[in-house]
Design a protein around this ligand. Structure first.
Ligand code: SAM
Ligand code: SF4
Length: 441
């Protein structure tokens, strides 16, 4: 029999799965634990506390949590104190407690500010669960941001009211809320003071963010971006993920006017067939999406587009899938994410008729990904010869090599004198499917 750590943990590890918002939440949890005097376990070292910050978006992601829990062992064979956070905790809290007796803490995405006290409770022998959804209390209770990598995430909006019929997010993250303007300006300032040169504003529907500026005027995400851009030490602003229906005229115009707003937009479409889009409750058509892209490209002709796709939504026919391929051809994405439909318990699509057989989904996903990979390579090749700025994020594998991102979110490597956090100018001289080589100018 193996034992479990049941004294107050001194070291911790936070493992985040899934979306960028989980990465942000994971960072905030680490800051919270550090503020309590715990230290992050070094690479390869045992941790007294392991926080699994989970993702519930697809079935595979959920199953991974249970297999991870089973495998968590310290070098002496004992189990660390295990906390499950994130969307699986929210959706399956009770089930986790029954299925995995080694889990001592279950904490939902809106309650993780309570993690330290729950860990203390668990260390004293009691299991602790918290999955309430009190929208903004969490942010107020988190410690102030201090150090930052050159690229930082800043959650500005949480939750979703769109209820796409396949998606668990409205149930696990709750209703849409926008964090207040003043809090975001302050957090951005602290991130920049801590070393951030690029901030990515995050939200499940980030472009639905709304707030009041310091003069009481109501503003949208473009207004927030304009305010943040006034900080001379902040060089770049990005935002993700956007919903096509919340792409306002103001935000589109900002892409043409605001130099610090990077020419990259992740705008998921999901499918190319209007019948499927309606069954998904997406509230846009293929045509309205393409027209929207025309307006965005008119404002910022070099914008790189990215998207999300689901193949094999219940009832999707071969002809309807072909419509997705036609849409991909029409857009020419710079990058994209594509998934097989995964039925999620409690969502309307899970009980729709005519689920698509797994081999058909496999084949559709392969064809879609071949088209998306072709377009990604073509986009990178079309960048050859361009001169652009790269924000240096880390050292590369080879001596003297550095890695960073182009304005279009392409990974760029180059060799030369540089340092992390620097903006350098490079000429793009070689293009592969996933990265480009640059020459320092
Ligand atoms: N709010 C964003 C939007 O509407 O585009 C994205 C939210 S979700 C975290 C990211 C992506 O996961 C979605 O765009 C969708 O492509 C995919 N996804 C969500 N539910 C899914 C499901 N049940 N099966 C397969 N993919 C799913
Ligand atoms: Fe999920 Fe749709 Fe909301 Fe995106 S917009 S989080 S896909 S319900």
């Amino acid at each position: 029999m193996s034992s479990t750590v049941n004294t107050s943990p001194k070291t911790f590890r936070v493992k985040s799965f899934g979306c960028q918002m989980n990465v942000y939440d994971g960072e905030r949890m680490a800051e919270l634990l550090a503020a309590e005097g715990m230290s992050a376990a070094g690479e390869g070292d045992d941790a007294d506390l392991v926080v699994l910050n989970t993702c519930h978006i697809r079935e595979k992601a959920t199953e991974k949590v249970y297999s991870d829990i089973g495998r968590l062992r310290r070098k002496d064979g004992s189990a660390p104190l295990i906390a499950v956070a994130g969307c699986v905790a929210q959706a399956e809290g009770e089930e986790i407690m029954t299925r995995a007796p080694s889990v001592k803490v279950v904490v939902g995405p809106q309650s993780y500010h309570r993690l330290p006290e729950m860990v203390a409770e668990a260390a004293s022998g009691k299991r602790a669960t918290e999955t309430d959804m009190p929208a903004e209390a969490k942010f107020a209770a988190l410690p102030k941001r201090r150090k930052s990598a050159p690229t930082a995430f800043l959650t500005v909006q949480e939750g979703c009211d769109k209820f796409c019929t396949y998606c668990v997010v409205p149930y696990t993250r709750g209703a849409e809320i926008s964090r207040p303007f003043a809090d975001l300006v302050e957090e951005a300032k602290l991130l920049v003071a801590g070393g951030a040169r690029e901030i990515t504003l995050l939200g499940q529907n980030v472009n639905a963010w709304q707030g009041e500026d310091d003069k009481g005027r109501s503003i949208g995400l473009d207004g927030l971006a304009r305010t943040l851009a006034a900080d001379p030490d902040l060089k770049r602003i990005r935002y993700t993920t956007s919903h096509p229906n919340d792409m306002t005229d103001g935000l589109i115009a900002a892409h043409g006017e605001l130099e610090k707003l990077m020419p990259f937009l992740h705008l998921p479409v999901q499918a190319g067939s209007d019948r499927v889009l309606k069954a998904m409750n997406r509230s846009h058509t293929a045509d309205s999406y393409l027209k929207l892209l025309d307006r965005i490209r008119a404002a910022r002709p070099d914008i790189a587009l990215s998207g999300d796709f689901i193949v094999g939504f219940p009832g999707e026919t071969d002809a309807e899938f072909e419509a997705t391929l036609r849409l991909v051809d029409a857009v020419g994405y710079a990058q994209a994410f594509s998934f097989k439909y995964s039925p999620r318990p409690g969502t309307p699509a899970a009980t729709m008729p005519d689920h698509v057989p797994a081999p058909v989904m496999d084949e559709r996903l392969q064809r879609l990904q071949a088209a998306l990979n072709r377009d990604q390579l073509a986009f990178n090749q079309a960048s050859l010869g361009k001169t652009c700025q790269v924000l240096v994020e880390r050292r590369g594998k080879h001596p003297g090599q550095w890695l960073g991102k182009s304005p279009w979110l392409q990974s760029v490597h180059f060799v030369g004198e540089s340092e992390i956090g620097q903006m350098v100018t490079v000429k793009l001289v070689e293009a592969g499917p996933n990265s480009l080589a640059g020459q320092l100018i």
